[in-house]
Write a protein that binds this ligand. Structure first.
Ligand SMILES: CC(C)(COP(=O)(O)OP(=O)(O)OC[C@H]1O[C@@H](n2cnc3c(N)ncnc32)[C@H](O)[C@@H]1OP(=O)(O)O)[C@@H](O)C(=O)NCCC(=O)NCCS
Length: 310
């Protein structure tokens, strides 16, 4: 059974309420029909008109938003205006416990979805930041974990510092365990240098992040800095990083910044022909982003993955 099929099975068992704030978008409406028909979740389609029907609830959500953001300078009038926006309304539903998760992005950009998620749903207790995992299914089953790899962060944090990078590594290992069933995540902290082969402040950041990750999760197999080939080609690892517990057999790849991560997953997808699928990690409730070029099936699968994250 592939990764997506596993998510669908778990989603059916969970039967969560997932908000779709782009409720009048044709692919989203079609996806909601499939989600209902297959019993993957209870989709809640939002539109400005459907929101306006329940004035009491809208006022409650506006008050909730005002309470969350007044210290940041949000006025009551702006809270009322924002709460009527389906994206904010959807996030407020999740915050209030009236929905279990949210999926959007067929129309909105990643930043337009992330900002309200960060402001309203916020990070889960104990999490320093929100980031993403890309679940990668390769055709070559000798790579990673039977062809399965997890990349991070390819979506959220443009320029993580060493501490943030360490947190991304630990959170991604957890996602690999929980969502991909990888019992032993082996995390490679990627760079253009392997174990001191190059000197640069960018390499120093990756080395420092590796040390912090060790202190955050002493039992986690995490090593760096490693080049991509040293991370998962055993012959190269034997030459460049013989002592490493991760080199040559990594199944989780942590990129040093968003430029390399985003480019890296797209090369894997477009040139390598792998199936790539992103989830956000670190939010208090699961909210996930779609690509604006998404298909109906992508929306259905993302809703299933969101329901399976809970
Ligand atoms: C994530 C992102 C939207 C944050 O936007 P931003 O303009 O930096 O927003 P702000 O700095 O105003 O942050 C908004 C809030 O989110 C918080 N925040 C920002 N990034 C965060 C993160 N990774 N985790 C947790 N909180 C975060 C801020 O602390 C701030 O909180 P506050 O308002 O309560 O103080 C921005 O970094 C971004 O656009 N990332 C790239 C997304 C993208 O285009 N990806 C493309 C690949 S598909």
């Amino acid at each position: 059974m592939g990764l997506i099929d596993t998510k669908r099975e778990r989603a059916k068992r969970n039967r969560r309420r997932i908000v779709l704030p782009e409720g009048d978008e044709p692919r989203t409406m079609k996806a909601a029909e499939t989600i209902l028909a297959e019993g993957l979740a209870e989709p809640i389609l939002l539109t400005p008109a459907s929101i306006a029907v329940d004035a009491k609830r809208l006022a409650d959500y506006a008050a909730l938003l005002y309470g969350l953001r007044k210290a940041k300078g949000l006025s009551e009038a702006d809270a009322a205006r924002l709460a009527a926006d389906p994206m904010y309304y959807g996030m407020l539903m999740v915050k209030a416990g009236d929905a279990d998760g949210l999926v959007s992005g067929a129309v909105h950009s990643t930043g337009d979805m992330l900002r309200p998620a960060l402001q309203v749903v916020k990070t889960a207790p104990g999490m320093m930041l929100v980031s993403s995992s890309f679940l990668i299914e390769c055709r070559n089953k000798s790579l990673g974990e039977n062809g399965l790899l997890v990349y991070a962060d390819c979506v959220v944090n443009p320029c993580p510092d060493a501490e943030e990078l360490a947190n991304i590594a630990v959170a991604t290992a957890e996602t690999a365990r929980k969502l991909c069933g990888i019992a032993e995540p082996r995390v490679a902290m990627l760079s253009f240098s392997t174990k001191g082969s190059a000197s640069h402040h960018l390499v120093d950041k990756v080395r420092e992040a590796t040390e912090i990750a060790h202190s955050l999760a002493p039992d986690l197999l995490v090593d760096g800095e490693l080049q991509l080939d040293a991370a998962f080609v055993p012959e190269v690892a034997a030459i460049k990083a013989k002592e490493s517990p991760v080199a040559g057999r990594a199944n989780v790849l942590v990129f040093p910044d968003l430029q390399s991560g985003n480019i890296g997953y797209k090369i894997t997808q477009r040139i390598g022909g792998a199936d790539c699928f992103a989830v956000l990690q670190g939010l208090a409730s699961p909210c996930n982003d779609l690509s604006r070029g998404c298909s109906v099936e992508d929306i259905v699968n993302t809703v299933a993955a969101t329901a399976a994250q809970i």
